[in-house]
Write a protein that binds this ligand. Sequence first.
Ligand SMILES: [Cu+2]
Length: 262
Amino acid sequence: MHALQVSLSGILEMKATSYTQVQQIKSDAHGTLMAENTVGVYHDHFITYHLDLDVDGTDNSFVKNTMVPERNTGDPATGGADTPRRSYWTVRREVAATEADGQVNVNGPPADLLFVNPSKKTKVGNEVGYRLIPAGATGASLLADDDYPQRRASYTKRQVWVTPYDRSEKWATGLYAEQGTGEDSLGAWSKRNRGIKDRDIVLWYTVGLHHIPYQEDFPVMPTLSGGFQLRPANFFDSNPLIRTRPPADHNYPNCSCGVASM
Ligand SMILES: [Cu+2]
């Protein structure tokens, strides 16, 4: 399993103000009064990971396993069962065909997101894969699509994008982010809606944090973290830890206790 985490710390972004007390603020101060004459401004952090995943080979597919609530029809022909239970949930499996299917807001309906190799199977026939698990910090941009920072980083409205590998597509906001207009960015590339099924695909995962500053963040911020995990999902035939050897019977110099001496 791979866990990736990014942490925010350091000096908070601040602006000067004439306010010295919260009661003086009559219009939007666009931030929190952190100290006299000091406002910590509202802002976002977006950290984008660009991962050329190769799950047991280069040609992979992106699979969305969406959990779907169902009513019990009582009829096995329609997935029901003759029991008093009224409902259950099941999985709708979708293999992304093109880039449009590869864009996911992870705050939507519950779904497992997997990268599989369709040509490699476990003994019982499941496609080998890895699962992407967001671990906090799943903020999506709140800015208008025609706002300038948002044009450059239109992809920040969704945490997950999947594209076919292209060596010229390396940085999500393009080569010149500061003066970019969005034409050389992940959002623009993905509009071509290329095929992403059973080929060399790339995951772009954006960790997003909306930051309303609080007084504890001043003057230096206690660490705040977010990230994601990549976890084997039908990659091994069973729990691989089962075959791990037990630790050898060491004599640790600072530890005199042990089963034999008790
Ligand atoms: Cu911040």
